[in-house]
Design a binder for this molecule. Structure first.
Ligand code: HPA
Ligand SMILES: [Zn+2]
Length: 328
């Protein structure tokens, strides 16, 4: 079965996490950056992580090769071409403004490059979602929001990512209230390594439309009932969860239990260059592992479109391409 033919939305991908080793070396050469790795194979050999933080250390180090608008263009153009080939018709792409601003890369260079690639992409639309690095704290997030707001029309939402434990969503209540007052939607990583309480805070205090990851909700049956009852989308990234040791193996991933519980689950890649697969691979490997039929894959594709921030007309047009999905 080939899930690539099913129209879908990619709602959980960090553009910096699509930086393949080959492109990292090419951009390093172009920008005169010396990488502390012997070559592509040496770098790939380091893609073994103990946890979220050990991955983030490599992810932040390697993005040092992203300097000019052209670099962000090339990065996003390669990702969008790859996504379109996997049947992604719409992507809502995270990026980390603070990770670039702190290296002296202007916001305008990041935006100009990413938007250029989105404009030129064929067969796939995309929105941008800047994320606050929670481990830099709420004051830094508020400062970043102040720099983002003059460009608010260029984003659909704000997000919250990076090291989770110790940085609960409640710290960012004021930041998210201000973003929402300016007409931006909100999403947040919660319940990846952090406890179910962080998911509640993201819902009640940040007033998010979706939870990114959310797998640890299963530890709290009352929360599961609420998420299912309210139809809150959880953007689940099973290959990421395996690589970051959130779960021991794909076979032991709670995805089947999440679907059985009636949760609105959608499937995504997170940081595909680092976690061994783009969204087409995520669908294929999950289907093989859990024995899913075509109807289940169609339902996941349809739910990803329903969970997107696309206008209703466009969303329904894409749903109309999935047999059995329209009108639900
Ligand atoms: O998987 C992730 N979790 C949190 N922050 C991140 N930033 C990039 N990828 C991730
Ligand atoms: Zn993520």
């Amino acid at each position: 079965m080939d899930a690539r033919g099913i129209p879908k939305a990619e709602l959980h991908v960090h553009i910096e996490g699509t930086l393949e080793p080959e492109m990292a070396f090419a951009l390093a050469r172009r920008n005169g950056v010396t990488l502390p790795y012997a070559g592509v194979e040496d770098l790939r050999g380091r893609y073994a992580y103990r946890d979220l933080q050990s991955f983030l250390d490599l992810y932040y180090a390697l993005m040092d090769v992203l300097r000019e608008a052209e670099d962000f263009y090339d990065l996003a153009a390669a990702y969008l071409a790859r996504a379109a080939a996997d049947g992604v018709r719409h992507a809502e792409i995270f990026f980390d403004p603070q990770a670039h601003l702190r290296r002296g890369v202007p916001l305008e260079a990041v935006l100009e490059g990413l938007e250029g690639a989105i404009r030129d992409a064929e067969g796939v639309s995309a929105y941008l979602i800047p994320c606050f690095l929670r481990d830099l704290g709420p004051e830094a997030a508020m400062e970043t929001l102040t720099r983002l707001l003059p460009h608010a029309g260029r984003f659909v939402a704000v997000g919250l990512d990076s090291a989770e434990v110790g940085y609960p969503p409640r710290l960012f209540t004021d930041v998210f209230a201000r973003a929402r007052a300016e007409g931006l939607r909100a999403v947040a990583h919660a319940g990846e390594e952090g406890p179910p309480e962080y998911i509640r805070e993201a819902l009640d205090l940040l007033r998010v439309s979706r939870i990114d990851h959310g797998v640890r909700c299963l530890e709290d049956p009352e929360l599961v009932a609420r998420l299912a009852g309210e139809g809150i989308p959880l953007t689940v990234c099973p290959l990421s969860n395996v690589r970051l040791a959130v779960v021991p193996s794909l076979a032991e991933h709670p995805l089947p239990r999440m679907l059985e519980a009636g949760l609105m689950v959608t499937l995504h890649s997170d940081d595909p260059a680092y976690f061994g697969g783009y969204v087409g691979d995520v669908y294929r490997r999950s289907a093989e592992t859990f024995g899913w039929d075509e109807a289940t894959l169609r339902r996941l594709g349809a739910d990803s479109l329903r969970a997107s921030f696309l206008p209703a007309g466009e969303r329904d047009r894409l749903l109309g391409e999935i047999p059995g999905a329209a009108g639900h």
